[in-house]
Design a protein around this ligand. Structure first.
Ligand code: ADP
Ligand code: AIR
Ligand code: ASP
Length: 284
């Protein structure tokens, strides 16, 4: 690991150079931050669980035709991904009022929105990721109308799919954040693909029966043990055994490695290695 070139050291992940110029290695750290890194802790097992959960959800999304950066799991904390230029916009999809939406607009937490809502935030830590509108994105050139269209239509599909997937295992998908990136094909064609991660770090997930919050809000608002919530989600997804993989504050490494192998086989079986086969239409 020490000889690998580090590209970027983020709050929850480190990005390393991959085996070739088209790839990166995403390393999932145990660091948890909230409120623009004002609050910070290291929580044993978080990185392993997020790596597993994100690999699984990305693989599932590929299977319904959403192009993602995920190529394969490398080990319990690392995955090989396609290298993209991240579009500096965070798309937040909301089904139920929670978090900053409640604070900003005085809605009641838990209120089901009349229809899902997509919000945009400018991805810029020093500005605290401010809420922006479509006009800012287009006027300031962060994405063009074609790219924005692509991201929005993928976000709707992802929301529909993930809502069903989580509902099927007794969880409610309250909201989540997506990041997309640009990737150029051999002939200079542009692809917009889903990047970063989908995990309880950037989704709100509540237990459908009890309403218990299982995601990063546990850490943000001191609601309970974070890893317990993440393990519960991973168990419901069938990714880890009933007993969990974190035992006595550390990860059962043998078990975690075995689980990566299973996910890789699934990814290969679904032949998910290639991004979209045809280039997207011309920008309008
Ligand atoms: P942050 O940047 O907010 O601290 P992370 O700790 O999650 O967040 O760092 C991971 C960084 O890598 C993010 O900034 C994310 O936009 C970026 N990233 C995610 N996937 C890719 C990818 N496939 N190619 C390039 N950059 C990526
Ligand atoms: N999110 C936004 N920025 C960083 C993250 N992780 C995610 C939150 C939540 C959703 O986006 O985890 O699932 C909306 O967050 P908020 O704070 O705007 O309500
Ligand atoms: N991850 C972001 C931060 O540190 C935002 C959040 O998830 O609350 O601060």
């Amino acid at each position: 690991m020490s000889r690998r070139k580090m590209i970027y050291d983020g709050k929850a992940k480190t990005i390393y150079e991959g085996p070739d110029q088209h790839t990166y290695i995403q390393y999932f750290k145990d660091d948890a931050t909230a409120f623009n890194a004002e609050k910070h802790a290291v929580i044993a097992g978080k990185g392993v669980l997020n790596n597993r959960i994100s690999a699984h959800l990305m693989t599932k999304l590929e299977s319904i035709g959403i192009p993602t950066h995920f190529i394969r799991s490398i080990n319990m904390r690392e995955q090989l991904v396609r290298r993209v230029d991240i579009i500096p916009i965070e798309l937040v999809v909301r089904n139920v009022a929670a978090g900053s939406l409640v604070k900003r607009l005085g809605l009641k937490e838990g209120e089901i929105l009349p229809r899902p809502l997509i919000e945009y935030y400018y991805k810029n830590d020093s500005l605290g990721d401010p809420l922006i509108g479509e006009e800012h994105i287009i006027t300031l050139g962060w994405a063009d109308p074609y790219e924005l269209d692509e991201m929005v239509s993928m976000a709707w599909r992802i929301n529909d799919y993930l809502n069903g997937l989580f509902a099927g295992i007794g969880l409610r998908l309250i909201d989540f954040k997506l990041e997309f990136g640009r990737l150029w094909g051999e002939h200079g064609e542009l692809y917009i693909i889903l990047a970063d991660e989908i995990s309880p770090d950037n989704c709100r997930l509540w237990d459908a029966k009890s309403g218990e919050k299982l995601d990063k809000d546990r850490f943000r608002f001191d609601l309970g043990d974070l890893v317990e919530g993440y393990q519960y989600i991973a168990q419901k997804l069938g990714l880890i055994p009933e007993g969990g993989i974190i035992q006595g504050g550390s990860v059962n490494e043998q078990l975690a490695e075995k689980l990566d192998a299973i996910e890789n086989r699934l990814a290969q079986e679904r032949k998910l290695r290639e991004v979209g086969k045809k280039p997207p239409g011309k920008p309008r």
